[in-house]
Design a protein around this ligand. Structure first.
Ligand code: ACO
Length: 383
């Protein structure tokens, strides 16, 4: 049964620094993040076994229905996802009305919200989760084409979720290599315990609000650079460093002046993020030249952090090599975070369904630190 009070994770020994660190806010059977061992499990399966061998659609089945599908179950889910791929005219009009310089994450949030106003009534259902997940790539690709003066394209029914997204962006059937790369990225990012956006979605769902309201709120939480907004900033950082020769002096200066290195650090992982390990190997193959620079900066940053800030235990997180991988499949920097959402919507919707299946309003308390018993003065007497 779901816990109705927040408890402290017994693994956490640190003093309370705020930010709900070490607090167990819900029970879940979706995924386990073991920050000490550097292990991520989706419903019992180690992420290293899933990352390069399963399709994103299989992971959706695992998250929504609780087990990996057999061939028939997978074909059925694929057919349901394909049947749901359609953008209503009102959503397309709302995307057309946005200025070209709109952040694609804002465009996605707007499209999802408009779509929800038209399509969603009542308690969250798996059909709604399927429709919503099926349409994330369509909304983004349509906006991306419109902002570049191109007309949106029709989905190709025979293409997988990852392949159709790349096709809708470019108008070209993508190479197997690009589809494999993007598919693995979608698998790796689909769920991750009680991360900030998933927690946001569960809070909204716990009020008995609808699935789209919960997902729109989650998109808002994902957008920030301390969560999903970091990968394009990793790219900016690597560009600013510029050359391998410049890395040491740039990093030394950044660390001693207290700047945050983008793509480093994690609230839960105090060792290597297993997703970063997978993405590192994929980036090594996908873009050998760019990889040399990313890997050099990673190695030097870890060594300098050890020297200048001993005991911090900062490692690269999932976002560090995400940038390299998404770049290698042809995505522009401002599509990195919304593409994270294309994956994570599977996890968000699975958590929303889990929350409503055994719901209790999520409503913690706050410790009040303001004054009490101030004498009241009417407006016309205040100076
Ligand atoms: N670079 C340099 N120092 C860092 C970094 C970093 N990337 N991250 C944390 N630190 C330092 C902090 O300054 C702090 O130092 P202090 O004790 O002297 O104040 C110490 O390490 C502990 O950091 P916190 O901020 O308490 O760690 P928290 O758990 O709150 O933050 C977070 C985790 C937000 C991921 C942080 O590491 C960060 O900002 N990283 C950079 C942005 C980033 O990569 N975001 C993507 C996260 S992954 C994801 O959501 C998918």
């Amino acid at each position: 049964p779901q816990k109705d009070t927040m408890t402290t994770n017994s693994n956490t020994t640190k003093p309370n620094k705020g930010g709900l660190e070490g607090i167990v806010a819900a029970t879940t059977a979706m995924s386990k993040v073991d920050g000490t061992a550097g292990r991520l499990i989706y419903r019992g399966y180690n992420i290293h076994d899933l990352a390069r061998t399963t399709s994103y659609e299989e992971i959706l089945h695992l998250l929504w229905f609780g087990h990996l599908p057999d061939e028939q179950e997978l074909a059925d889910l694929r057919a349901r996802l394909v049947a749901a791929r359609t953008i209503p005219d009102t959503v397309m009009q709302s995307l057309r009305s946005l200025p070209a310089e709109t952040d694609p994450m804002d465009a996605l949030r707007t499209a999802v919200s408009t779509w929800g106003a038209l399509k969603i009534k009542g308690k969250p259902t798996v059909d709604q989760a399927i429709a919503l997940t099926a349409n994330f790539p369509l909304f983004l690709a349509a906006f991306n084409r419109l902002r570049h003066g191109q007309e949106p394209l029709e989905s190709q029914t025979e293409l997988s979720h990852a392949a159709n997204y790349l096709y809708l962006l470019t108008g070209q059937v993508p190479s197997n290599e690009h589809v494999r790369g993007l598919n693995s990225y979608l698998v790796l990012l689909a769920d991750h315990g009680m991360n900030a956006s998933t927690f946001t979605a569960r809070i909204v769902a716990s009020t008995e609000s609808d699935i789209v309201s919960a997902v729109v709120a989650a998109i808002g939480a994902l957008k920030g650079p301390l969560h999903g907004g970091a990968p394009s900033k990793v790219q900016d950082m690597l560009r600013e460093i510029g050359t391998i020769e410049n890395a040491d002096s740039w990093l030394r200066n950044a660390i001693t002046t207290g700047q945050k290195l983008m793509g480093f650090g994690h609230r839960v992982y105090k060792t290597t993020d297993p997703r970063a390990e997978e993405l590192r190997e994929m980036a090594r193959v996908a873009d050998p030249e760019g990889f040399k620079m990313s890997r050099h900066v990673e190695e030097r940053a870890l060594a300098l952090l050890d020297e200048l800030k001993p005991g911090r235990r900062l490692y690269t997180n999932v976002e560090y090599y995400s940038a390299a991988l998404m770049n290698s499949v042809g995505l522009s920097g401002d599509l990195f975070t919304p593409t994270f959402a294309v994956s994570r919507v599977g996890g968000w919707t699975a958590h929303i369904l889990e929350q409503v299946s055994n719901n209790r309003l999520i409503r913690p308390e706050a410790e009040y630190t303001g004054p009490e018993n101030l004498p009241f003065t009417p407006l016309n007497e205040r100076k």
